[in-house]
Write a protein that binds this ligand. Structure first.
Ligand SMILES: Cc1cc2nc3c(=O)[nH]c(=O)nc-3n(C[C@H](O)[C@H](O)[C@H](O)COP(=O)(O)OP(=O)(O)OC[C@H]3O[C@@H](n4cnc5c(N)ncnc54)[C@H](O)[C@@H]3O)c2cc1C
Length: 398
């Protein structure tokens, strides 16, 4: 599948996808499983078998995302998936506690937590089994041109591919978006997220919790066994300083700052920090071209929905392609754009208001009792998180 021996054999596909991350690989697997010929262009290597310690990048997958992955025939390894059945949100001083359970919505669980690389690897394994899927690794697009019923994609390895539709799933700094001259709107939250993978004395079971503090939320995402992924939002300077601490110092800083229910840490496995930004492409489509996933939108990771909405883009686009005649048909692409922009805009607005309500943005700090303010808004947070976890539009009246 991967590698150059296939590259010369087929340069025309039904759909070409640029970017073999989780969203691009999922769309390729779904279309390949529906019998379509797909070309997946990835600048890196094919992902390697995840072994040993859990990776830092962990995401939640909700029911719609899991159904979509399932529809591609991809098997996720049970032993590296952690289903979660409860979400607990509370204020640092213990007020405004609110636990909500999947059972309240008649579901077994809200979804699973999985390492990004485990999901990506499983999808690429599936692609290897699909006769219609061709992966072009270690190459990237340098130009693209719509011509008649197809769009051409020139790669930096000298090869040219063509398809009636080319999809950009090449992440926040999408080259395809740039080549198509699609601009973005951006916002910097002036916050960083410190992600720390830990081993704990206590088993973390099936609850994911989020504790609001005036500086930003702290969250615990459970991983199988006595492991967890911690997310600590704060300003740039404090976050960078914590990131530099040695393991012992970081361990005690976390034990002091995080809610006591986390218990003692037995090991710091890995840490990294990320700036928090929001970005939205001005258009999702062009002539025989569409953008999905982070190439189209980057949302605040606070509600853990960035990957989910990317997979929902892929799901919507896949259905239109599978049930249509021409994958790049403009009316279909327009439908895709209308549906997904509305849903993603709602998610951006929801995570934005979350951020402003719960991270002590300046006007709120002047309120004096931020704790009380936060506690009062926890029922709203509960509603928003529950609807997001269910894959629903948090702003839709029903
Ligand atoms: C701190 C943090 C925590 C997060 N937590 C969550 C969470 O809990 N739940 C959730 O749903 N989301 C979460 N997200 C968001 C999530 O990680 C992203 O939304 C997701 O990775 C987007 O997937 P993607 O496939 O669109 O892009 P990416 O993961 O960025 O993949 C892009 C792929 O394209 C390839 N590529 C890039 N440029 C080119 C090129 N020119 N040519 C060819 N290939 C190229 C890259 O190598 C890569 O493989 C989080 C994000 C951050 C920063």
């Amino acid at each position: 599948m991967q590698g150059s021996h296939h590259q010369a054999m087929q340069s025309h596909h039904d759909v070409i996808i640029v970017g073999g991350g989780m969203v691009g690989a999922a769309l390729a697997a779904r279309l390949g499983n529906a019998g379509r010929s797909v070309g997946l262009v990835e600048q890196g290597d094919a992902p390697e078998l995840p072994e040993g310690d859990y990776d830092l990048r962990v995401s939640s997958l909700n029911a719609r995302s899991l159904a979509f992955i399932n529809a591609s025939g991809t098997q996720l390894p049970d032993e590296r998936c952690c289903p979660f059945r409860h979400i607990d949100v509370f204020n640092q001083d213990g007020s405004g506690h609110s636990l909500f359970s999947a059972a309240d919505s008649g579901m077994d669980d809200f979804g699973i937590f999985i390492e990004n690389r485990t999901l990506q690897y499983a999808l690429w394994q599936r692609l290897a089994e699909l006769p219609g899927a061709t992966c072009y690794t270690q190459c990237a697009p340098i130009s693209t041109l719509a011509s008649g019923d197809a769009r051409l994609l020139e790669l930096d390895n000298g090869q040219t591919l063509s398809a009636p539709l080319i999809v950009g799933a090449d992440g926040a700094r999408s080259t395809l978006r740039e080549l198509a001259n699609i601009g973005v709107t951006q916002h910097d939250y002036h916050q960083r997220a410190l992600i720390v993978n830990v081993e704990t004395e206590l088993p973390q079971q099936d609850v994911s919790w989020q504790c609001f503090t005036p500086n930003g939320p702290m969250a615990m995402l459970p991983l199988p066994g006595q492991r967890a992924s911690l997310v600590w939002y704060d300003n740039d300077d404090d976050t960078k300083a914590r990131e530099q601490l040695n393991d012992e110092a970081l361990k005690s800083t976390i034990e002091d700052a995080f809610p006591k229910r986390l218990g003692k840490l037995t090991r710091i496995v890995a840490r990294a920090s990320f700036p928090i930004k929001r970005q939205h492409a001005k258009r999702y489509i062009g002539k025989r071209l569409a953008l999905i996933g982070d190439a189209a939108h980057v949302v605040h990771p606070l509600a853990g929905q960035g990957l989910n909405i990317g997979l929902h883009d892929a799901d919507t686009l896949a259905e239109l392609i599978i049930h249509g005649r021409d994958p790049g048909d403009h009316i279909n692409l327009h439908r895709f754009e209308v549906q997904r922009r509305l849903a993603n805009q709602a998610m951006i607005a929801a995570t934005d208001s979350f951020h402003h309500l719960f991270t002590g943005a300046k006007p709120l700090r002047q309120l004096g009792d931020l704790s009380l303010h936060i506690a009062e808004h926890i029922p709203l947070a509960k509603r928003m998180m529950m609807q997001q976890a269910n894959g629903l539009n948090p702003f839709k009246k029903r």
